[in-house]
Design a protein around this ligand. Structure first.
Ligand SMILES: CC(C)(COP(=O)(O)OP(=O)(O)OC[C@H]1O[C@@H](n2cnc3c(N)ncnc32)[C@H](O)[C@@H]1OP(=O)(O)O)[C@@H](O)C(=O)NCCC(=O)NCCS
Length: 180
């Protein structure tokens, strides 16, 4: 892993690069029905899926396009979730995240997204975006609380596991927008 890996923290959550030992926590978290519904993760999600995920996301730090973090409890170090930034253009990045079911509803995803957004704006990105399934109201709230604004709905943006088109709601933060 490159020496460029970063650690971001607000004192409650700490984002750090994935470590091989995290695979067990990823395996447990990704059995969750909402993660399997709203993210294109393997199904069934096996221990090998988790090991592959950690290895690939850890290797992100060897290049410039992808930045992936484990979201951890700043006090205990427990792995609470995942957040990643994908460069889509020189000025534009997309985010993806999940939080383990037992850690939901206490602002973990919102904190992680705020940290990533601030870090990315400081790195020179101008447009930050993410998209959610229209039924994924919790993720939409995370985006809005982190300072993203609902931009609109893109029709047939994704295909589901059976090949059926799904709409996506885009949330966007452009440099200069009020802080979340
Ligand atoms: C979406 C997800 C990351 C949220 O994580 P989290 O740490 O619980 O999020 P937060 O606690 O920061 O915020 C959750 C917000 O959603 C709200 N919320 C939770 N469930 C909700 C629901 N069913 N409908 C509407 N709002 C909901 C919470 O009340 C909170 O908003 P509030 O503070 O205004 O009340 C988590 O539920 C998850 O991992 N889901 C499965 C994977 C996924 O959907 N990832 C995102 C793909 S775009």
């Amino acid at each position: 892993m490159g020496a460029r890996s970063a650690v971001l923290s607000d004192g409650v959550v700490t984002l750090r690069a994935w470590e091989p030992n995290d695979a067990a926590a990823v395996f447990r978290a990704c059995q969750d029905a909402d993660i399997q519904r709203f993210l294109p993760v393997p199904r069934p999600y096996t221990e090998a899926s988790a090991r592959d995920f950690v290895a690939i996301r850890r290797a992100d730090w060897d290049g410039d396009e992808e930045r992936s973090f484990a979201i951890t409890d700043a006090r205990t170090g427990e792995v609470l979730g995942s957040i990643a930034r994908h460069r889509r253009a020189a000025h534009r990045a997309e985010f993806g995240y999940w939080v383990a079911a037992q850690a939901r509803g206490r602002g973990v995803a919102t904190r992680a997204l705020r940290l990533m957004a601030d870090w990315s704006l400081a790195a020179g990105f101008i447009r930050l975006e993410l998209f959610t399934h229209p039924d994924n109201h919790a993720s939409g709230r995370v985006a809005e609380r982190a300072g993203f604004t609902r931009e609109g709905l893109r029709r047939a943006w994704n295909l589901d596991r059976d090949g059926n088109p799904e709409d996506a709601i885009f949330f966007v933060l452009v440099r200069g927008d009020p802080p979340g």
